[in-house]
Design a protein around this ligand. Structure first.
Ligand code: MN
Length: 465
């Protein structure tokens, strides 16, 4: 948790942006895994609740009455039975005081607060809920059916939260740097453990333990797979084979729930083949290219497209693509190899604020999401600002089903050499990902120590460890 003043300042700013009405920020509840008392562990608080109310405990709701300038933390104190099982914890009144909130009320009062506001026809602002228990809570409090809650959510509140959370404060950047340190440990451990004969699951489990040991949890389910071409390939019991590449996309959350998100791809046997090196060097160039051009004022969409053009040029040199680069990228031909976006915002959520809808987080009046395959997976398109944190994660993948699909339909056949591509069906995929902080006049990587990614560094690291 940050100091009390941080939360007071943020709520005060939020009130100015939302202007009027009653803001209700729902904290998360424990989520049952296989029976009610066996919840998913660790508990994960809602990030916007954390941003404004700081308290990392289940069963809390933050209420900000903008018209009357009052703030209330709502939640039930635990009873003696809970104390027996979980130990004693601070009262809701204490929790409120710790974050500069003057009032606290038991949960049953929330219904009264909402009824009163409804009776007075006041605007009640809430964010789009993503957990079903919260949807039921909103149905009970406001009478809005769960299927209508996304469209009933407050645009004023959504836009205010996005405005505030998009630009990271200095203390948030320091948290992100801490997350990067844990991420570095996770990735270098995965590289150390990678060798023929080990299962993917063993490596995934070992590095998840590092996230748990030094921070709160993993920032998303760890991807560790010899099938790098599967975007979200979670670790399986498959045994690592010499000659293949392993792709590791993993990150940690600090105790204060700030994320890291990095990807590395390396040879299982520690030595790149010539063919692997050729593809790897293209991804490496694209990764470094984004670092060179990202800065305030430039559209992330343009950074993405610039990377796509570079990738297309380089794939043409290898004979995998052909034709005019501009035309190929316009047609979306590069998406055969890069079917996702160059990166996304990152903060307390690994895809920061994705629950608030990427249309608003990543786009604006100036730039709208594309519906073209590949570019439709670009989560961020709008102009960068100082303090934004975005991931830089180009990749090249050889997806057998996608190759067959495009080949059969002739899609982009003027830009793709399907005969040569056929010989890459057993290749897998490569992604390199680091997290960028947009600075005053450019950008820099988050994390002082780079996880090895230049091929010579990787080979040296893997031969020594
Ligand atoms: Mn990412």
């Amino acid at each position: 948790m940050f100091d009390k003043e941080t939360y007071i300042r943020r709520r005060s700013e939020l009130k100015k942006l939302v202007k009027n009405g009653l803001i209700i920020l729902f904290g998360n509840n424990e989520s049952p895994c296989n029976f009610p008392n066996n919840g998913y562990y660790p508990f994960r608080q809602d990030s916007s609740f954390l941003y404004y109310f700081g308290q990392n405990r289940d069963g809390l709701v933050g209420v900000i009455d903008v018209d009357n300038d009052t703030e209330t933390l709502v939640g039930n104190d635990i009873d003696i039975e809970d104390i027996v099982w979980y130990g004693s914890v601070d009262s809701v009144k204490d929790l409120a005081e710790q974050v500069g909130v003057a009032h606290s009320e038991p949960m049953k009062t929330l219904k009264t607060i909402c009824n009163e506001a409804l009776r007075q026809h006041r605007k009640i602002h809430f964010l789009p809920p993503y957990r079903y228990d919260i949807k039921l809570q909103i149905l009970d409090l406001l009478g809005i059916h769960p299927v209508q809650q996304k469209e009933s959510a407050s645009m004023e509140l959504i836009m205010a939260v996005i405005k505030m959370r998009s630009c990271k404060e200095q203390q948030e950047i320091e948290e992100l740097e801490r997350a990067a340190v844990i991420g570095h440990k996770m990735h270098t451990t995965a590289m150390r453990l990678t060798k023929p004969g080990v299962t993917e699951k063993f490596i995934g489990g070992q590095i998840d333990g590092i996230a748990n040991s030094y921070g709160a949890m993993v920032s998303f389910p760890t991807i560790f797979s010899q099938h790098g071409e599967i975007m979200h390939g979670n670790p399986t019991m498959a045994v690592l084979q010499s000659g293949r590449l392993a792709l590791c996309d993993a990150g940690a959350e600090t105790i204060n729930n700030y994320c890291s998100d990095n990807t590395r791809t390396y040879p299982v046997n520690g030595k790149f083949s010539q063919r692997q090196l050729e593809i790897y060097s293209i991804v490496e160039a694209c990764h470094d290219h984004a670092l060179q051009i990202a800065k305030p004022g430039i559209k992330w969409y343009d950074v993405h497209m610039s990377v796509c053009r570079l990738m297309t040029d380089r794939l043409k040199e290898l004979g995998l693509m052909k034709g005019d680069t501009e035309e190929a990228v316009k047609a979306g031909a590069h998406a055969m190899f890069l079917p996702h976006g160059l990166g996304h915002m990152m903060g307390m959520d690994v895809h920061d604020m994705e629950a608030l809808d990427q249309r608003y987080v990543g786009y604006d009046e100036e730039i709208q999401p594309s519906d073209q395959f590949g570019t439709n997976a670009l989560r961020l398109g709008r102009r960068l600002q100082e303090g934004f944190v975005v991931t830089d994660e180009p990749g090249i993948y050889f997806i057998p089903a996608l190759i067959d699909d495009w080949k059969a339909s002739g899609h982009c056949k003027e830009f793709i050499n399907f005969d040569l591509l056929e010989t890459y069906k057993d290749f897998g995929g490569i992604r390199i990902e680091d997290d960028l902080l947009i600075t005053k006049d450019g950008c820099r990587f988050i994390g002082k120590d780079r996880i090895p990614y230049h091929p010579a560094e990787i080979e040296e690291f893997m031969s020594k460890n």
